[in-house]
Design a protein around this ligand. Structure first.
Ligand SMILES: Nc1ncnc2c1ncn2[C@@H]1O[C@H](COP(=O)(O)OP(=O)(O)O)[C@@H](O)[C@H]1O
Ligand SMILES: [Mg+2]
Length: 518
């Protein structure tokens, strides 16, 4: 018997690694709860889910029927020399084979469709949540962590819903129904045959227990390898500038080597265990043939029944293996679900007050009133009792040492953070009384680090106001003294600005960066 492809996939993951962390009891229950939440989200796609389940049930029926057709062909056809029965049973066997194909397709297609739907919703949910989370969340969350959650954690959930879940359900149904059929056919022989289930299940559990550390290491190594890759992709210019290419290449090679080593260890472990499980099932076959053969000679059992029994025995092993291998993948999916929901449920600290009003007219008088501010998680206050007032249309420069709080002052006006005590007012009204969207859309901000989005020069300039006319865009570009540079480009305002602005040459890209205001 060959290992199904999915089993190997679990062992030899090629995607970004997810670490299966040794969990404490409490974490286990909360990741289990997250998995329950994933299952609840199936409700949106209940008809497709039902179709997958019905297909799985029908598939089991066709599997269970096949040995009975053998029995019929042998006992009523071959033994009685009745060619018609043989031909009929052959016909039915073909029907069963075709039906298996159809239901197999139905089962996996429906399950995959459900999983695509669920993760489509989940991805959108987590993305828009990330958009609404406050600055202080992003200060504390690592970008690579968030990326992993939106990509590989969500993918893990998709694999669980699209593959593992339906496999485990149908494996369970298959196990129970075959056990019942065997017990009905001959309970003594059935009991002997069924010993293969706890024995191989036990072996498999033992194998997973001993080797779970190994699988965990594979995931960790993969994560390490990807971290180096990510660092090098982002920092490729730094690497080149300091002539560290060969050092970085060596670092990558070493990690790559350990990944191969640990993968080979896993493969060795698999190759050692599975022959034992198959040997076990072969031994049980021998017992079935011996005991059953004697029963056939003693006329207590027919040849057809014996053949059917043997076929069921082969069918029994598959669900045990499937459940065994799905278990760690399900544990991973649960951990992933927990990480995803952690973001989905994160508290949005800066949001509209219930009675927030729209910010419409701006006189331009900004008042800081005894403002104290401490960054979340920080021990010291960045601002302590700061008070000042600006007059409309005043141009103000804030000077101070690095770390004296200039940027912090700016961050409090559009409510990137809220004051710890005191108040920031515009025209006498506390900024916390305005709706966030209206407040921020009336404040122009030039960040210390400029970010370009993939698109054209024009769309990047008009980022805050996509309906701006070309004339308006040109006017703004002239103010920023970049109009001439843009028109010198072959495509002018239609020049495509690539990922992080690398579509532009390095020097010119720097020219794009506006000086930081504070
Ligand atoms: N996101 C942050 N989380 C925690 N502390 C911060 C954060 N940003 C700035 N700080 C701290 O707040 C103080 C003021 O920083 P900042 O306003 O950026 O200074 P400036 O712009 O004047 O150089 C510094 O001590 C800095 O370390
Ligand atoms: Mg600053």
């Amino acid at each position: 018997m060959k290992l199904p492809g999915v089993l190997l996939k679990i062992f030899l993951p090629t995607e970004v690694g997810i670490t299966l962390v040794q969990q404490s009891g409490q974490q286990e229950t909360s990741s289990f709860r997250s998995l329950q939440r994933v299952l609840k989200s199936l409700g949106t796609y209940r008809w497709l889910a039902l179709a997958a389940l019905v297909s799985a049930l029908s598939l089991t029926v066709t599997y269970a029927a096949t040995p009975q057709l053998f029995r019929w062909a042998i006992d009523q056809g071959i033994a009685q020399k009745n060619l018609q029965v043989v031909l009929y049973s052959v016909g039915w066997l073909v029907v069963a084979a075709v039906a298996r194909g159809v239901f197999n397709f139905g089962q996996s297609f429906a399950a995959e469709a459900v999983s695509q739907g669920v993760v489509y919703d989940l991805r959108n949910k987590i993305f828009s949540k990330i958009q609404t989370l406050s600055f202080n969340y992003h200060d504390q969350a690592q970008t690579s962590q968030l990326l992993t959650r939106v990509t590989s954690d969500v993918e893990q959930i998709r694999t669980f819903l699209g593959t593992n879940l339906i496999q485990v359900i149908s494996a369970g149904i298959t196990l129970v129904s075959i056990a019942v059929i065997l017990l009905m056919m001959n309970w003594e022989l059935a009991l002997i045959t069924l010993t293969v289930v706890p024995l191989s299940g036990g072996l498999l559990a033992q194998f997973l227990r001993v080797n779970s550390k190994l699988f965990q290491q594979v995931q960790e190594q993969l994560a390490d390898l990807n971290t180096v890759l990510q660092e090098n992709l982002l920092g490729v210019r730094v690497v080149k500038a300091f002539v560290r290419e060969s050092v970085e290449a060596q670092r990558y090679t070493n990690l790559n080597q350990s990944l191969v080593t640990i993968n080979m260890q896993t493969i060795r472990a698999i190759r050692n265990t599975f022959p034992v499980i198959f040997l076990l099932s072969n031994l049980v076959t021998v017992v079935v043939i011996g005991y059953g053969g004697a029963a056939v000679i003693g006329n207590r059992f027919s040849v057809g029944e014996l053949v059917a029994f043997n076929s069921y025995l082969l069918l029994l092993l598959q669900p045990v293996l499937l459940i065994g291998f799905a278990a760690p993948a399900i544990a991973q999916a649960a951990a992933s679900a927990e990480r995803v929901y952690e973001v989905v449920d994160a508290v949005i600290e800066i949001r509209d007050r219930p009675a927030a009003v729209a910010f419409e007219t701006c006189g331009g008088r900004i008042t800081f009133e005894q403002v104290c501010f401490r960054y979340p998680g920080s021990q010291t206050e960045a601002l302590q009792g700061v008070s000042f007032e600006t007059k409309p249309k005043q141009l103000i420069a804030v000077l101070g040492m690095t770390g004296s709080g200039k940027s912090t002052i700016m961050n409090l006006i559009p409510r990137f953070y809220d004051v710890t005590s005191g108040a920031v007012r515009i025209d006498g009204r506390d900024v916390r009384d305005f709706t966030l969207a209206s407040l921020r859309s009336h404040i122009g901000t030039v960040f210390q680090e400029s970010t370009l989005f993939s698109g054209t020069m024009r769309s990047n300039i008009a980022y805050a106001n996509p309906d701006a006319t070309l004339e308006q865009v040109i006017e703004v570009a002239k103010t920023a003294q970049i109009h001439e540079f843009i028109t010198s480009l072959p495509d002018g305002y239609q020049t495509i600005v690539g990922e992080r602005g690398v579509g532009l040459s390095g020097g010119k890209n720097n020219g794009l960066r506006s000086p930081a205001p504070c």
